[in-house]
Design a protein around this ligand. Sequence first.
Ligand code: INI
Length: 161
Amino acid sequence: MNVYPSDLDARGLSFAVVVSRFNHLVSTALLEGCERCLLERGASSEAIDVAWVPGAFEIPLAARGLAESGRYEAIITLGSVIRGGTPHFDYVCVGVTDGVREVMRDTGVPVAFGVLTTDDVDQALDRCGGEHGHKGEEVALAAIEMARLCGRLSAAPENGA
Ligand code: INI
């Protein structure tokens, strides 16, 4: 069996992070964990570009522009959609999830999905360094791994890896 290695070394890679301003406390916590993780894995601060957008619904458009620029090995999306009393939550969730998936499919650039969809703000904060881990760190690792893997796919894996 030949297996592509899992590689979490971010040295030399360039990342764009799209982060939505809505539910700002959660967004900044996600961004802080994401940036910390990228730097811990060896990314250079100059190789991390951040684009703020108003809400999660706008994330796919910015992600597409950044992916199409050809400047990044991976795009990271961060945001927080919190259920209110109307169906608006569902429309925003569908818009951002479908949109991000389409950007990845259409451009071939890995797009990590770090948009929390929760019932309340406490559930969201629990996932930004609370009892349910840190989504910002999780998507940073996913972005690094996919950037490395996609960089290798044009060649066969090494025998016996
Ligand atoms: N955007 C979010 O990122 N999170 C939310 O919880 C949210 N809610 O609840 O409405 C939200 N709405 C704004 C939306 O993403 C767009 O920015 C807006 O509709 C303008 O296009």
